[in-house]
Each structure stands twice: as C-alpha cells, then as structure tokens.
Design a protein around this ligand. Sequence first.
Ligand code: KG4
Ligand code: ZN
Length: 344
Amino acid sequence: MAVILGIESSCDETAAALIGSDRTIFAHRLAGQEAHHAPYGGVVPEIAARAHSETLSPLIEAALAEAGMALGDVDAIAATAGPGLIGGVMVGLVMAKALALAAEKPLIAVNHLEGHALSPRLIDPHLDFPYLLLLVSGGHCQLLRVEGVGAYRRLATTIDDAAGEAFDKTAKLLGLGFPGGPAVERAAASGHPCAVPLPRPLAGSKEPHFSFAGLKSAVARAVASGEHRAEDIAASFQQAVVDCLTDRTRRALRQAGGARALVVAGGVAANGAVRAALEEVAKEYAMRFVAPPLWLCTDNAAMIAWAGAERFAAGWSDPLDTPARARWPLDPLAEKVRGAGVKA
Ligand code: KG4
Ligand code: ZN
C-alpha cells in the first residue's frame, strides 16, 4: 500500500490529508477561512493566500500526527496545481515541492477538478470507468465523461456563471450571508418552489451546456419587486437550478452512451435537492447513482491525495518546476463555447 500526502489550497479551504492507496483515510484536516472573507461577502484572493501560508504548515503537521506518521512514511506528495486563485495554489504547490525535495519523494501535481472527478472512487471501490460526471462547484459547472485516470471528455460547460456562483449570488441578494449554498438550502426548506416564476436557461437546448446568468438577474428582479418572501425566492431558485441540472444531465446521458454510473461531485453536490433529483434521473436510465458524502463534495485534501494515489499507481509524477496554473481545463481538447466568462 502506498501512502499519499495531499494538499489543497486553491480557494478558501486550507487542507491536508493522508490517504492509502487501499482507500484508508489516515487523516484529513481542513481549516476554513469563512471568518476572513465573510465581511467582504466573497473570497478575497490576497487574504486567502495569506491565510493559506499561515495555516498550511501546522495543518500538515497535525495530519501527520493524527496518522502517527512522519514525512518519511509517505510515498508521494500530491498538491493542487490549479485551476484556482493563483496565490493560494502557489502556497500549496511550493509547500509540496519543498517537502518533496527535502524528503526525496515524488511530487504529484493534481488538477483540482480531477480531485473532484475521482473523489467518488475514494469511497466507492466498485465505481468503474467510464462514468458520467456532473461537476458542480463554485467555479465550475461541467458534464464530463470520465474514461480513466487522466482521461476526461468534456461534454458541456457553463456559458456564463457556475451553479455554485449562482447560489452564492442569490444568498447575497437575499441577505443570507456567505457562503451562500448552504444558507439558500436552509431558507428553501421553508419556502414554496413554485411561488416565484423563474427561467430555466438553456433547458431543452440541443447541446447540454449550462447558463445561470439570466436566472441570477431574474432573482435580482424578484428581490427588488418586494412581492415575495425570501424563503419562496430561495426555494424557487433552488428548484430552477435543479431543473436546469437534471434537464442538461438527461441530454448528456442521451448523447454519451456506455456510462456505467451517474456521478455528481463538487460543492453544489452537497445540496439535498440536487442529489435527490439526480438520483431520480439515474433511476430513469437504470444507472447506478454515486454521490460522495458531504464532506468530500466541498473542497478538501482527501480528494487531492486520492487523485494523487490514482496517478501514483499509474506510475506518474511531476518535475519540481511544474507551474501553478490559474486555468487548467481537464479536457484540453474541449472546444471553447460561446458566451462570456466561461471558467477554465
Ligand atoms: O467545490 P467547492 O467547495 O469549491 C470550488 O471548487 O468551487 O464548491 C463551493 C460551492 C460554493 O459556491 C457553495 O455555495 C456551494 O459549493 N455549495 C452549495 C452547498 N454547499 C456548498 N450549494 C448549494 N447547496 C449546498 N448545500
Ligand atoms: Zn472545488
């Protein structure tokens, strides 16, 4: 069994984990930065990078102590090398390089999206390739055919905002605070999902792409009208997102044959309504449905260590001059889609 140290620092979670190639979770540690960013209503990149640099070293030591290991017991060091906020990515990647150099261990540069994409395999040894992945996070909204480790075919992406971004903006408009996703979900629980008429952008369109900018504007108008309860807006918004995600996923399932399972990952996969609706879609197509536990949906280092373990098992490692990347598409062959602000 190989033991991989994983490091994550691409957004506002500093994280370190020790994972075995047999799926043993020896330690996983997380230090959120919510208190740092809450006054600004969103993640401030410079503040995030500084917080990572203060927190990461003690967090790695705590993870090693929890696992009862020293750096010498680790077989490889994996870190997120992008995409993400570049200052934070650099903090984690430089730390990984320093440890790799000092301990003479291989470095594994992990694409953060690959971390999300492979995370369900950490908890489900029976999840085999290929599978259809709906990757829904704060920065991304994509449908990918996961064909193997390092082999991802992007079927669709968002032409404007990511789904998590839409949750965060809706929370801001409703004054529900930051981070927005869980707050909107809580408010939605006591609202009516049909109370406020909202659009389902791109629903029914031929390509399975996503769009959330128009939905966000419609939420802003609904808030400004003063005619609706915040709970009703939250519930109607959440329902609109669920309808968009399921419609687009059905379209992708019709186009990409041969998938063994429908998998959802990324922060928005922590949403109960999203999970339940996708489980229904999987049933319609007589497919297995796999969603990681909530702690593995939002950003963490266990998924980075696991992606590192999968790459290590394939015999791959990376040179110490591997750059940190703000943008890094999982599928380099994917065509650019029209629409402003498409994220990596
Ligand atoms: O994967 P993640 O932790 O970070 C990125 O890589 O982006 O995803 C964070 C996103 C945020 O936009 C957050 O609001 C959203 O996931 N999120 C949720 C929920 N929990 C987190 N969205 C809806 N419902 C939730 N329960
Ligand atoms: Zn993420």
